[in-house]
Design a protein around this ligand. Sequence first.
Ligand SMILES: *Cc1c(COP(=O)(O)O)cnc(C)c1O
Length: 432
Amino acid sequence: MGQGVLTATRDQAAAAGAPGAGRCEDIELEQLARAVGTPAYVYSATHIRDQYRRLAAALAGAEHRIHYSVKANSSLAVLALLRDLGAGVDIVSGGELERALRAGYTGLDVVFSGVGKTEQELADALDAGVLLFNVESEAELRQLDRIARATERVAPVALRVNPEVTVDTPHPYTRTGERGMKFGIPYDEALDVAGRAVQMSGIALRGVDMHIGSQVTALDPYEEGMRRLLELVAALRDFGCRDLEYLDVGGGLAVTYENEEPTNPAAFAATVVPQAAASGLTLIVEPGRYLVGNAGVLLTRVLYRKRSGGREYVITDAGMNDLLRPSHYQAYHHISAAHPRGATATYDVVGPVCESGDFLALNRTMDAVSEGDLLVVHSAGAYGFVMASNYNSRPRPPEVLVEGDRYSIVRERETFADLVRHERVAPDWRRL
Ligand SMILES: *Cc1c(COP(=O)(O)O)cnc(C)c1O
């Protein structure tokens, strides 16, 4: 099972400050688990900073902006940490705008993406003065134009086009840039839509944008997508658009979960920087997973062991409601014991949720474990807590930020009171 690769990967991760064998930075995970309880998400501040700095350094050859994709991990503390490094944000909802503003970002730090922005969200983002609306359809463009004109404003827009490139991501749900998907404006319609955009007095066309998918390990889809974006830029300039400023290539940069080659920032930069620099436009990159994926782990304790129908089960106190990726995307997360006992065994690692789809790993050869052992579920910093739910009326776990030998609970574990906070036992009937 590529143990050598995994070990090497974990070593690299540990060197970069990410949670490695039994520790996160200088904190012992068993001790931390005793202090904060399990399940718990733990993030390394140093790893996030290192990832950010590596990418920023690689992109230095072009005028560029890094807009962190908030949906990957929207913890206010993580947002504030990235803001201190100079990041902007890429948001996909009004809720994410609220988070960004609370974390200290200003409107000009914000790029607003998303295929279904509501009227209220568009109006609020205009009020906030966002840098760019990444518009995904002609209908959205008309709506935004109307809202902007009604308040005598001009909305800065980049057209998100579907570059219609073939992308190999681990799961179809994370592909977004192929022909016929719901995202973006179909490539062959982009010029027409741009033509209409320049006629709209509430719209200022400022750029073009793509986002081809997530956990994209290959670089050729970026190269191909970039080529198509620049073709569009050339056509727009021929057409008389003189105010283009931004070339947004989206996110999708990959990290290592099992033995995938992570996106090398220098190689990524070599693919996008020269053309961006030549275009005279400011390059925008929207990384999510790349910045936070391997900065986080989920700590969970073994509740029980059992054998059934020839399978060995490890039942943990974290389930699919805490970490959805294994069941939703059939995603691989490396799992290790905080204190390995030296042996290995093959298990189904499952949670307490009443669903057969509730698992963290199936048929996994890993550290042999006993009841009470602490397990470390790796690479859980992106699309982990943010996808957690209260299914089975399970309070969501805390989020803990680690830096050196200190930690902070940046989100408290939910309580049973939190679970019912917005409910009424007795309906307060009303009539319209
Ligand atoms: C999700 C998303 C991203 C970030 O994707 P990652 O794979 O986490 O880098 C960037 N841009 C847009 C528009 C997105 O929807």
